[in-house]
Design a binder for this molecule. Structure first.
Ligand code: 4BW
Length: 148
């Protein structure tokens, strides 16, 4: 095996644990929060979408500004007054990818093609943090810079 092939295989089989943004730094909301609270967190954090957790700190889905606005879209206007009566659970996206901390970089790279961030769980399915597309790209970039 050439040195380049060896380095590539080391990168692809590396665990993602070093790349995870820890849960303390991740903006999130809870299932029963009303949409006005979720919108506030999304606007204040500046992110498009964030994880949704339950009371046991388990990942249940993710919610975006677009899903919130879509849920209050009336025939002629945004029905802002409904924001307080709808819960996050009702409109969040439930089918999202999740990975464990010992997942390989190769699997995370493939998953990140269609997902700007991936929620990371521990063995008990508790939320550990997120893996963002930018941290994945930063590592790929470092790999190519070092190879040239
Ligand atoms: O507030 C921001 N700070 C920084 N440093 N970068 C930001 C911020 N808002 C957006 N960005 C940049 C990042 O490069 O724009 C990209 C797209 O953001 P998004 O998706 O559409 O809000 C960011 O790319 P990324 O770092 O690869 O993050 C991908 C997605 O992961 C974000 C957001 O949905 C989620 N995310 C990232 N950090 C988060 C977070 N969600 C909650 N808490 C965090 N700390």
């Amino acid at each position: 095996m050439t040195i380049d092939r060896l380095k590539q295989s080391q990168l692809m089989s590396k665990e993602i644990s070093d790349l995870i943004i820890s849960h303390e730094k991740v903006a999130h909301v809870q299932l029963q929060n009303p949409l006005d609270h979720a919108l506030l967190i999304l606007i204040k954090s500046g992110y498009t979408a964030i994880p949704v957790l339950d009371n046991d700190f388990r990942v249940r889905g993710q919610i975006s500004k677009n899903e919130i606005l879509d849920s209050i879209l009336g025939l002629e206007r945004l029905e802002i007054e409904r924001l307080h009566d709808i819960t996050v659970e009702t409109v969040m996206k439930k089918k999202i990818p999740r990975l464990k901390t010992d997942t390989t970089f190769s699997k995370a790279l493939t998953t990140s093609i269609n997902h700007p961030f991936i929620c990371i769980e521990d063995e008990e399915a508790s939320f550990v943090g997120i893996l963002t597309r930018s941290s994945i790209l930063a590592l790929v970039n470092r790999y190519f810079q070092q190879s040239t």
